[in-house]
Design a protein around this ligand. Structure first.
Ligand SMILES: *Cc1c(COP(=O)(O)O)cnc(C)c1O
Length: 401
C-alpha cells in the first residue's frame, strides 16, 4: 500500500545506483558475508571522513546507541538526560538497562536541538550521561553540552543519526562527544538498508565497543578464519551487532556520494526556505542558522491552529508524502507510566509537538519538486484559514491577538 510509485514526491529516498549494485555483487561473489575486510575498509573510510582515528561499524543506529549505553556500565537508577524531541531509540536502550531517561526541552521554535540550560537544571547526583541529538542534521550546541559534561563528570553521547560529516569548528559532529552514534537506516542521508557506526574519543572505549559488538569474544570469526585458530576468551557481556559485508559495501559507496548529495540537499532547502517564506504563521526552524548542516529533514511548524492531519491529507492528495519528527518520547504511555519525571512540563516541546511537519527532502528531488510542495502547502493553509474564518466569525484569531 502506498509504495514508492504511489507518490509524486516521496518523503525520503535513497541514491543507490549502479556502483552500489556492483559493490554488493562483488561481496556476494566473494562468499564472505559477515563483518570482514569490507567492513574494516568502511570503518576506516568513515573515520577518515570524520577526521577521527577509528570507527566501529554495527548493524543499526540503535545498536550503536545500545553499545554507547553499555560502555557506561550503567547501574539501575542511573539517569541519562536526553531531548524529548528525538527518536525513541536512545531512551529505550537506556531504559533497557534500568536507567532513568530524564527528558529535556529544546531551545526554541526555531532551534529544535536540546537546550543546554535545561540540561544543566536536570543534572543530579544520579546523572551519568547526556545525549545530544542533531535534529534534522543541524548541530546541537555541542560545545556547551561538552562543557557541562566535563564539569559534572558525565559522558556525552552524540546521537548523530541525522548528521554524518557535519563540521562544527575544528571537528565533525560525533567527535565532540565521548561516543558518537550514526545510523544508515533506509531514510538516512547515507544508507545501507540497516546499519550504524560508533566513534569514540578514547581508543579503549572503542576497543570495548568492538568487543561488545561480537559477543565480547577475544577473537572474531574473521580473525580465526585468517589465523586458523579456534580459541577465544570472553571477558565481558557482548551481543551480535555485526554489520554484514553487503551493508559495508553499500556504505562505502554511499559515503563517496555524501558530499554531492549534501550540495543537492542544501539547494533544495534554499528553494524551500524561499518558497515557504510568505506563508502566514508558518515557521521554518533553523532558517536563520549559518554554518554546516546535513539537511536531513525539512521540518516546518504549521501555523497555530492549523490541523496537521488535514494538511497531511491535502498534501497526500497532491501526491506529496510527509512525516513527523517527532512525537515527543516523554508523551508515550510506556515512559509516562514507568518514569514519573516524564510528566514534567517541557514548554517548547509541547508548543511545537502538534505543529511539526516534515516535508519531502532527499537527493533525488528537484528544486521544482520543493516548489510544488511549498505551493500546495501554501494553498491548503490559505484555504484552511479562510474556512476557519467563515465557520467561526468571532474567530479564535481575536483570542490570539
Ligand atoms: C534513525 C535514528 C535512530 C535509530 O537508528 P536505526 O538505524 O534506525 O536503529 C536513532 N536516533 C535517531 C535520531 C534517528 O533518527
Amino acid at each position: 500500500m502506498n509504495g514508492p510509485d504511489h507518490w509524486k514526491v516521496l518523503f525520503a529516498d535513497n541514491t543507490i545506483g549502479e556502483p552500489e549494485i556492483k559493490a554488493v555483487t562483488e561481496v556476494l561473489r566473494s562468499r564472505w558475508l559477515s563483518a570482514g575486510a569490507v567492513t574494516r575498509q568502511f570503518e576506516q573510510e568513515f573515520a577518515a571522513t570524520l577526521g577521527v582515528c577509528d570507527a566501529v561499524a554495527v548493524s543499526s543506529g540503535t545498536a550503536a546507541l545500545h553499545l554507547a549505553v553499555l560502555a557506561l556500565d550503567p547501574l539501575s537508577g542511573d539517569e541519562i538526560i536526553l531531548p524529548a524531541l528525538t527518536f525513541v531509540a536512545s531512551a529505550a536502550v537506556a531504559a533497557l538497562h534500568g536507567m532513568t531517561p530524564v527528558f529535556a526541552d529544546v531551545r526554541s521554535e526555531r532551534d529544535l536541538t536540546v537546550d543546554p540550560a535545561d540540561v544543566a537544571r536536570l543534572i543530579t547526583r544520579r546523572t551519568r550521561a547526556i545525549v545530544a541529538m542533531h535534529y534534522g542534521g543541524h548541530p546541537a550546541d555541542v560545545l556547551a553540552l561538552r562543557d557541562l559534561a566535563r564539569r559534572h563528570g558525565l559522558v556525552l553521547i552524540e546521537d548523530a543519526a541525522h548528521a554524518p560529516a557535519v563540521r562544527v569548528g575544528q571537528r565533525m559532529l560525533g567527535s565532540y562527544g565521548d561516543i558518537g552514534c550514526f545510523s544508515f537506516f533506509a531514510t538516512k542521508n547515507a544508507t545501507t538498508g540497516e546499519g550504524g557506526m560508533v566513534v569514540a574519543e578514547d581508543p579503549a572505549v572503542l576497543d570495548r565497543v568492538r568487543l561488545m559488538r561480537a559477543h565480547h569474544l577475544s577473537s572474531t570469526t574473521w580473525q580465526r578464519a585468517q589465523s586458523g585458530g579456534i580459541g577465544y576468551e570472553v571477558a565481558g557481556i557482548g551481543l551480535n551487532y555485526r554489520p554484514t559485508e553487503i551493508a559495508a559495501a553499500l556504505g562505502r559507496v554511499q559515503l563517496e556520494r555524501l558530499a554531492e548529495d549534501r550540495t543537492r540537499r542544501r539547494a533544495l532547502v534554499a528553494a524551500y526556505r524561499e518558497a515557504l517564506a510568505d506563508i502566514p504563521g508558518l515557521v521554518v526552524p533553523f532558517a536563520e542558522r549559518a554554518g554546516d548542516s546535513a539537511h536531513h529533514l525539512m521540518a516546518v511548524l504549521l501555523p497555530p491552529g492549523a490541523d496537521r492531519e488535514r494538511t497531511r491529507a491535502a498534501l497526500a492528495e497532491g501526491g506529496i508524502q510527509t512525516s513527523v519528527h517527532y512525537q515527543p518520547t516523554n508523551q508515550f504511555s510506556f515512559y509516562r507510566g514507568r518514569f514519573p519525571g516524564a510528566a514534567r512540563t517541557l514548554p517548547v516541546t509541547e508548543r511545537v509537538a502538534l505543529r511539526l511537519l516534515s516535508l519531502p527532502l532527499h537527493a533525488r528531488m528537484s528544486t521544482s519538486d520543493a516548489e510544488l510542495v511549498a505551493t500546495l502547502l501554501g494553498e491548503h493553509l490559505r484555504r484552511e484559514a479562510t474556512v476557519t474564518e467563515e465557520t467561526w466569525p468571532c474567530s479564535t484569531r481575536s483570542g490570539n491577538a
